[in-house]
Every structure is written in C-alpha cells, then in structure tokens.
Write a protein that binds this ligand. Structure first.
Ligand SMILES: [Zn+2]
Length: 505
C-alpha cells in the first residue's frame, strides 16, 4: 500500500510537471504572439548554458552568393546575452535567426557583417569566385531549432539565404572545450551574479596575480582558475587574441593586451562603461614572431592566417579564416574578438560583430585599436571619404544601417534629434578648425580647436569613403581621423546603446 501510494504520488507529480511544462510552453507562445521579446527567464526554457558554434562557408562573386554549413560544435558555457534575445539593434549586412523547429517561434537573433561582402565590392569579385570562412556562436538549444542565415546587399535586399535544422541530440555535433591555450583576465567587469560570487570566494586565493601583469614572466606556470570572479553573463566579453607572439614573448603580449584595454577605457564613452566589460587575454603562441607582410615579401606562420595587403590595400590587416580564430578561442567565454598583432607596421581592420585587428607597436596603436573596435563592436562606419573612390558603398535610395552615417534617405531615424536648432543641412565646415593633416601636435591651441569640433553635431558631406551623397555627424571624430581624442556625440550614443543591449537583464 505504501508503495502504491508512492507511485500514485509520483504519477501526480509527473502529471503536474507535464501540466506545468505545457502551461509554460503556452505562455511563451502567447508572449511571442504579443510580440514581446524573450527575457532572461525564458532563456532557460529554450537554451542550455552552453554554446553552439556554427561554421559556415560564404562563397561566390559580385553577382552570386551561396552559404554552406560546414561544422557544428558544442562548447561549455554561454557568454552572450540572456535577455533581449530576439532583438537586433543594428541590421548589419547579414542576419542569423534561431527559431523553434516545431512552431517557428523566433528564439535568438544576431547580426553581422563579413569580409566576404566587402570583397564583393572589389574589382576581383567581377571575375573570380572565392570562399570565406565565418563562425557564429549561439546559445545551445534544448529542442530542435532552425537556423536561418541571410546575407543582404547595399540596398538591404536579401541576396542569399540558407536555412538548416540543428537537433541538439545530433551525434555529429562535436564537443570541444579548452584547447590548452592559457587565458587570463586583464579586466573584470562588475560582479552581478550572486552564485558566482560564492564560487569566487573559494578560489580567490588561486587568482592573486594581476599586479604582476606588466612583468615579463610565464603566466602559464602558475595554476589558477581563470574564470574566478568573472561574471560572463552580465558583462560584455572581449577576448584579445595573440597573433605573431612566440611562446617566449607572452610577457610582452600580456603587457600589450593591458595597454589595449587601458586605451579602450581611457576616454568616454568606454570609461564610464568599464564595469560592463570583461577583457580576457588569450596567449596563443605563434611559431614565428610578427605577422605576414606581403608587400615586403614576408610570410610567417601565425595563429589566425592574417596578413596585411588584404584586397591589395597595404594597411588592411585581416584574416579570412574565422574558423582558425574560433579554434584558438575554444573554451574561452567571448562575444567580441580583438586580434592583437605583434608588429610595428601601421594597419588594422574591424568588421561588425566579427573581429578587430590591430597592431601592438605602431605609435598610433591606441587610436587604431579604439577606431577599429568602433567598427566591430558598435557597427560604426568610417566617417572619412576618398576623392577618387569609384565604388558606391551607400546608395542614395537606402538609409545605411550604420548609426553614424546617413544618405538623408531617412535622416529622422538617425541623429536628427541631436541637431542644434537652425543647423543647416548639409552643414558647412567650420573654417576656424585647423586641417588635421598639417596640424602640429605641440600647437595646443590648434589641437584644442580640432578636439572641440568633435562635439558639434551637424550633417557634413563626405563619409563612408564617398565624398558625395554620404554624410557624417561631426567635422572630425575618432571614426574619421586618429588625431582627435574623442568620438562624436552620435558615435558615443551608439556605443552606449549597444552596451545597454548586450548587458540588459
Ligand atoms: Zn562619429
């Protein structure tokens, strides 16, 4: 009798659990129908606290593009956002949507741009077909999902779309974890998860080495828990990956990574957002020191296969092998990637929600890194123009999705609200502001005038590489030149907004 009662109770409990799950399922669908975004609480209903890494090949030429699925991986922990899951504050040149396979309910969205799409505007794409690697991290689903990848053109029209199913029980999803490459947090954001605080107190004694970061020492020799005291859920996770540093140069790498983080947090808006960022340095060793510099005939074996002369532009330092970058970061919680290249040659690159490349030893290191991070983190466009640019990046019939440039097609959606009353459109250049090309750095009066103009909002013609038909918000800005200290108010707002999005609860 006792046994029987037990089974009845068990059965009732099961039924109650099933009823609860059904109700919860129904409620979530109701939320979906009402158009509400999935919250952090809903995250646990649909996703594990793990990462699904999806590798794609994007291939084609100027007129034809295709997307191929290459490989699926499962990684421990999820470092991305757990709230505002189905929102996409910036459109990007591509979108990735995860939906419930059974109902089609949208569960997670991310947007991005790619090197592949930049290349499609290059002359080479007129007569050659090429393939580029891309990798994306999404939260690991609890039930089968569909993943839809869409690539759009400069008119924001869909040019290519591919949809595939991911069943979390698929035996060919390869589990991967840490790859033996040491990583170390050089900056930890504010602690906002209580359960982690408890864990932290038990391992804090193992993790007491941050004061020695600038010294040339072997960090790998000291055992410590790299994740102790790190709230990867609530903060933006930036990984700085070593490129072109040999095993013996890892002390230099950590010091360089520290300088990069200091450069980022030195000025607004990042200074006041510092508590919302974690910065982890990933010490991947290269067999040879320095990167490949094709215009000097130098090719070296590295971590990311990056090189200067991307698309034959000397200073464009980039890699088209995103799979290798993700391999090097395997097991590290990250959302944004900076590849720090051990070099004193000027160069870099940044692609929205993909990667930033910057060099360690050029005198403009700080400025270039913060500028390139503006691209990859906040989707900011370049605010400079070329007089001889023959490619149209921003057609007049389309409002760019980048927050800091406009074609005036839909200016109300941009920074119209920040315009001073009576400011003419287009805004003429202020003749009192000195030319940045001829300015003497020690001329404090001239430098003050140059820096002051970054904060005066207008609509200045010449941006997005185009001297005509594309407009920027300030005469000068960090997204235009390296000589000024600050972002313009429009770029500043864009960085604050995207940080709010990533760190929302
Ligand atoms: Zn700006």
């Amino acid at each position: 009798m006792c046994d029987k009662s037990f089974f009845v109770l068990l059965q009732q409990k099961k039924t109650n659990t099933l009823t609860y799950m059904k109700l919860r399922f129904f409620f979530l669908h109701l939320l979906f129908l009402l158009g509400l975004s999935l919250s952090a609480q809903d995250f646990d209903a649909w996703f594990e606290d793990n990462t699904l890494r999806i590798d794609y090949i994007f291939a084609g030429d100027a007129t034809r593009q295709e997307i191929y699925l290459e490989q699926l991986y499962k990684q421990p922990r999820w470092a991305g956002r757990k709230a505002r899951l189905t929102e996409s504050p910036l459109r990007g040149n591509g979108q990735l949507v995860v939906a419930d396979k059974l109902t089609g309910q949208r569960l997670y969205t991310t947007t991005f741009s790619t090197l592949f799409q930049e290349w499609q505007l290059d002359q080479e794409a007129q007569h050659v077909q090429r393939a580029f690697q891309c990798s994306y991290n999404v939260p690991f689903p609890k039930r089968p999902v569909t993943v839809t990848v869409t690539l759009t053109d400069k008119h924001q029209h869909t040019v290519c779309q591919m949809c595939h199913t991911v069943d979390p029980a698929d035996i060919l999803i390869q589990p991967i974890g840490e790859n033996g490459i040491p990583y170390y947090y050089i900056h930890k954001g504010a602690f906002r998860v209580e359960s982690l605080a408890l864990r932290d107190s038990t391992v804090a004694s193992l993790n007491s080495k941050p004061s020695t970061l600038n010294k040339d020492r072997d960090y790998t020799a000291t055992p410590y828990d790299p994740l102790a005291g790190v709230d990867i859920t609530s903060n933006v996770d930036l990984a700085i990956l070593a490129e072109g540093y040999t095993e013996q140069q890892m002390g230099k790498f950590y010091a360089d990574a520290r300088r990069a983080a200091d450069a980022l947090f030195e000025r607004e808006p990042f200074a006041s957002l510092k508590d919302r960022f974690n910065v982890v340095a990933v010490a991947a060793p290269s067999p040879e020191a320095g990167p490949s510099v094709p215009h000097k005939g130098v090719w070296r074996r590295g971590v990311t296969s990056c090189h200067y002369d991307t698309f034959y532009s000397q200073r464009y330092l980039m890699s088209q092998n995103m799979h290798r970058i993700y391999d090097a970061l395997s097991g590290v919680p990250f959302e944004h990637i900076m590849v720090l290249v051990n070099s004193d040659t000027y160069g870099g690159g940044g692609i929205y929600n993909q990667v930033t490349f910057s060099t360690s030893d050029h005198p403009t290191f700080k400025q270039v890194f913060v500028h390139e991070f503006g691209h990859s983190y906040a989707g900011l466009a370049d605010e400079y123009a070329y007089d001889d640019m023959d490619t149209e990046w921003y057609p007049a019939d389309t409002e760019p999705w980048e927050p800091n440039v406009t074609t005036l097609h839909d200016f109300a959606s941009k920074w119209q609200d920040l315009m001073p009353k009576g400011q003419p459109i287009p805004t003429p250049l202020d003749p009192r502001v000195p030319d940045f090309k001829t300015i003497q750095k020690d001329d404090t009066k001239a430098m003050a005038l140059l820096n002051a103009c970054t904060q005066k909002v207008g609509v200045f013609e010449g941006a997005g590489y185009q001297s005509k038909g594309c407009y920027r918000p300030a005469q000068e800005c960090r997204m235009k030149i390296n000589e000024v200290l600050d972002f313009c108010p429009v770029c500043t707002r864009a960085i604050r907004r995207i940080t709010e999005f990533y760190t929302a609860k």
